[in-house]
Design a protein around this ligand. Structure first.
Ligand SMILES: [Zn+2]
Length: 614
């Protein structure tokens, strides 16, 4: 089987040109410019005097000072000394020029309670949180007054992650440079060495390999206008085992597109074929988490191009289908490219015209709690809608999945919901730490295996925990048990819980990808390949785990022959220059390969990642 890489590579480049002329739709502009009313704000008076100053930073309504800077920027036609040009939306500098990202280290219940109250009442943009820290983006101007209202201990236990200049620069850096220009050197990223990809004029050659690290598609984040034709192209080039899947239409009328990857050796022309075991991988529920979209694309590309070349992946795709939906929230994703890099929700109108958007990952029907939490405010970053499944894209995904199981012979056996950031593997439940999911041991066991596979790739640690703990501030105490502190974010209505409980997906995880806060959502593009690769390892591990669970005689033993499989690892491990943080952490005494292992009396064989001595 031979494929034309030239054709595969040519289309994204052509599409990239269209990005230059992309402009926000008039509809979105008008929504953005509506005057703001504070009538809907919660009435906790101690915070209220700050709220007006927060409006600009939370909802992107420029303050007078920012508007002035905006005018100055227009006049200069430049970026105030930032590394430009980039395909960044207009006014990016003005929008975020006064913002910073702070990490608050939490060590007491009072600190957690106070921060949770501030986040709720002021509708702060909480970026991420873990057991003992919370990252919050806010206007530099309100840092002082906010600290004055927090417990004294928090006034000294916070550190800046991104100062105002770094934030704006990091935003610019995530957009690709215009075609033909050299990528600017970022002072923020020591790993930002120009790749040979950028030095090479864009002339696809048949000599280029399929390896994703050599594919220009993965050298930058890609806009939807490139991703969609790329997905369609893959399905037409690899028609034997790839099909496009139409999940539904977004609230603004965009197609939610996916790929179904897998072969059906037994299902052809067989009305009574067994159900098709299927792994569902989604990215981009939250618009600004671009690495989740690129990672879904990376894994899809690897599985697709390894079929017929790597026997384990070939076998995997014979036994299982994989459905990839890289941009579940296409409207939000487009909005991050054209208007606001840090937009999180979808772009659906709400009852408050100036606060559009519903948080997709709070909108599903299982233990939806939007009415009982501050997510009931449309201006909140976690707004869950007025009722379950009000968010169009969440409703479309659930309806599609339901129909697949009821009418299309599909059995979803695993679900991976990709997010960023903080490097965590989260398993059900999200809505409650008290409820215990059935099959908890299996969930934990596989999660630990996924984390191990990820660590093998570049040595990066991903923490394993129930999703509910990822949603509260908590800390380990002396006996090792974590007390649960006040919630920083509503956690009902998640996709994770819905697929696990309502669709009975046995292995359901939310994976928060790189990094741990250095860049947060603004992860430099040099991470696209290494982040993709470490999650690919996890997916291959998942595949071997599922094969053991669901497929009898997963690999036929060739009698008397102990074979080392031709490893996908070698195929995908040839990167090198594109690898950023974590790169070069190669094992000292060997390399990791896929190895078949005989399981004794039952003649069963398992295959797993193992170290092979050099
Ligand atoms: Zn997310």
């Amino acid at each position: 089987m031979r494929f034309s890489n030239a054709a595969l590579l040519a289309l994204p480049a052509a599409c990239l040109c269209s990005l230059v002329t992309a402009i926000p739709s008039p509809h979105e502009q008008s929504a953005q410019q509506q005057p703001f009313s504070t009538s809907s704000l919660p009435g906790r008076s101690q915070w209220r005097r700050l709220s007006g100053r927060l409006i600009g930073s939370v909802w992107g309504v420029p303050t007078a000072q920012q508007q002035q800077q905006q005018q100055q920027q227009k006049g200069r036609g430049g970026g105030d000394g930032l590394d430009v040009p980039r395909h960044a939306p207009p006014h990016t500098l003005a929008r975020y020029s006064g913002d910073v990202v702070l990490r608050f280290n939490i060590s007491t219940n009072a600190e957690a309670k106070s921060l949770a109250e501030a986040a709720d009442t002021l509708l702060l943009d909480v970026w991420e949180f873990s057991h003992d820290w919370v990252d919050i983006r806010l206007s530099k101007d309100i840092v002082g007054p906010l600290l004055g209202l927090l417990p004294p201990s928090l006034q000294t236990s916070h550190t800046p992650l991104l100062d105002e200049r770094e934030l704006a620069q990091a935003i610019y850096n995530t957009y690709p440079p215009p075609r033909g220009s050299q990528p600017p050197q970022s002072p923020l990223n020591p790993h930002n060495n120009p790749s040979p990809l950028h030095d090479r004029p864009f002339s696809p050659s048949l000599r280029q390999s399929n390896a994703p690290e050599n594919n220009v598609f993965f050298s930058d984040y890609q806009p939807l206008s490139v991703i969609e034709p790329w997905l369609r192209l893959l399905s037409s080039l690899f028609a034997t085992h790839v099909r496009t899947v139409h999940i539904g239409v977004s609230s603004q009328g965009r197609s939610i597109l996916g790929l179904r990857v897998g072969v059906h050796p037994t299902n052809d022309n067989d009305a009574h074929a067994p159900t098709r075991k299927t792994v569902l991988v989604i990215g981009g529920q939250h618009a600004r988490e671009w690495i989740s979209t690129s990672t879904a694309n990376y894994i899809a590309y690897n599985l697709i191009t390894s079929y017929g070349k790597d026997r384990h992946i070939t076998k995997l795709l014979e036994n299982f289908d994989f459905v990839f939906i890289p941009t579940l929230n296409p409207d939000g994703y487009v909005y991050t490219w054209e208007t606001d890099r840090l937009w999180r929700k979808n772009r659906q109108p709400t009852t408050l015209r100036f606060c559009p958007g519903i948080d997709l990952d709070r909108a599903y029907g299982f233990h939806w709690d939007g009415d009982a939490t501050t997510a009931g405010n449309p201006c909140s970053e976690s707004f869950a809608g007025e009722e379950p499944f009000e968010a169009t894209e969440a409703q479309r995904l659930a309806a599609w999945a339901q129909n697949e199981t009821e009418a299309n012979n599909v059995d979803f056996v695993a679900f991976l919901d990709l997010h960023s950031y903080s490097q965590q593997i989260l398993y059900p439940y999200s809505y409650s730490c008290v409820a215990t999911p059935p099959g908890l041991e299996n969930l934990e066991e596989l999660a630990i295996g996924l984390a191990k596979a990820i660590r093998i790739a570049h040595g990066h640690e991903y923490e394993v925990m129930p999703a509910c703990e990822g949603n509260v501030a908590s800390a380990a105490n002396h006996d090792g048990r974590r007390p649960l502190w006040p919630r920083l974010e509503a956690s009902g209505g998640s996709a994770l819980d819905y697929f696990y409980h309502e669709l009975r997906v046995r292995y359901a995880y939310q994976i928060k990808l790189r990094d741990r806060g250095m860049f947060g959502f603004l992860l430099p593009k040099e991470n696209i390949v290494p982040a993709g690769k470490e999650i690919l390892y996890a997916v291959l591990y998942l595949g071997s785990f599922l094969s053991e669970v669901y497929v009898d005689q997963a690999v036929e033993v060739e009698a008397g022959k102990e074979e080392v499989a031709s490893p996908p690892v070698e195929q995908i491990d040839a990167s090198g220059s594109a690898v950023a943080e974590g790169a070069g952490e190669a094992d000292e005494d060997g390399e990791w390969v896929w190895v078949e292992e005989e399981m004794g009396a039952e003649d069963k064989v398992r295959w797993e990642l193992r170290r092979r001595k050099r």
